[in-house]
Ligand binder design. Structure first.
Ligand code: KIV
Length: 327
């Protein structure tokens, strides 16, 4: 990573390297000149973000653009990120949506579940990610996860919490569950806050679910999930994360929702997009990796390359393959 910035000692060189025609085989910028230009930006001793003035080379992702991608059949590549540097690299590598997930409780804070993650922690990480994205391309759509307890009391509480994340830089908020969340979704959407819903395995309710298990397996559970998905779409949710549900069910839900794009994680290949937890797809897991995770770092020499490969694999449909969900 340090090498990534150390190579660029002149803004013009860096901007030239950003042009698609100057990119290397792995999509990573290649060196286009030599030496340090005196008085210009020097490599930083820590941190890897380029100068704030760097121009974007991709069109920013917006809500209409996500809708248009879904309509065109272009898969949406979503990835989690929790800090400025990883967010900047993910943005530069072409990720469409960065989810500042409350999985940061497990990934960054060492918690055993997401239940104890606070709104203040989410605000802090959304702010960090927003800075990182703005410093590079500024194109990714940023989703802030509403943590457990920040929207459960009332729709007014949900609105106050959503405002905290939107003012920290999020373009959209995500919340878990169906049924009782429907009125919250419409309350937020009516007030101009885009919403991503989340059904299937909802980690904030891990204790009620009895563990991190596949959801929607029985006919009854599948029928409830189908109905909740439709209600969430009708309430105005623009995206719907489907986590650990049978591939056939998520394909049915995807086909049934014309105005809400599904994003799968362990939900098969027929969703409108895919999401993975960053550290998992970089192979940074000392425990047993979930079956639906692919280690993109295994065949990459850089984090940038691993994320660019993930984006390409989501876009061309080669991730996931059936064996990676198998339920
Ligand atoms: O918190 C998170 O990162 C998530 C994803 C796993 C979808 O909700």
């Amino acid at each position: 990573m340090l090498e990534f910035v150390a190579r660029f000692t002149d803004e013009d060189e860096m901007n030239a390297a950003r042009k698609p025609e100057n990119r290397g085989a792995a999509g990573r910028p290649e060196q286009t000149g030599s030496g340090t230009t005196p008085g210009r930006a020097d490599a930083t001793p820590y941190g890897t973000l380029p100068p704030a003035s760097s121009p974007a080379t991709r069109k920013p992702v917006s809500l209409p653009r996500l809708t248009e991608m879904r309509a065109r059949g272009e898969k949406i590549a979503m990835l989690t990120a929790y800090d400025a540097t990883f967010a900047a690299v993910a943005d530069a590598a072409g990720v469409d949506c960065i989810l500042v997930g409350d999985s940061l409780g497990m990934v960054c804070q060492g918690l055993s579940s997401t239940v104890a993650v606070t709104l203040e922690a989410m605000r802090y990480h959304v702010e960090c990610v927003t800075r990182g994205v703005r410093r590079v391309q500024g194109t990714a759509w940023i989703i802030g996860d509403l943590p457990f307890g920040s929207y459960h009391e009332s729709r007014e509480q949900a609105l106050r919490s959503a405002i905290v994340l939107m003012q920290a830089g999020a373009h959209m908020v995500k919340l878990e569950g169906g049924g009782w969340t429907t009125e919250i979704v419409s309350f937020l959407v009516e007030r101009g806050i885009p919403v991503c819903a989340h059904l299937g395995l909802t980690p904030q309710t891990v204790h009620a679910l009895g563990g991190y298990r596949v959801q929607g397996r029985s006919d009854e559970a599948a029928a409830v999930l189908r109905a909740q998905a439709r209600e969430l779409q009708d309430a105005g949710a623009s995206l719907l994360v489907l986590e650990m549900v049978p591939a056939r069910l998520s394909a049915e839900v995807t086909a049934a929702l014309a105005r809400c794009a599904t994003i799968g994680i362990g939900a098969g290949r027929d969703t409108a997009g895919q999401v993975l937890v960053l550290h998992d797809m970089l192979g940074m897991n000392l425990g047993k990796m979930a079956r639906f995770v692919r280690d993109f770092m295994a065949d990459s020499s850089s984090v940038y390359g691993a994320i660019a490969t993930y984006v390409a694999a989501v876009k061309d449909g080669s991730f996931p393959v059936d064996a990676e969900h198998a339920w």
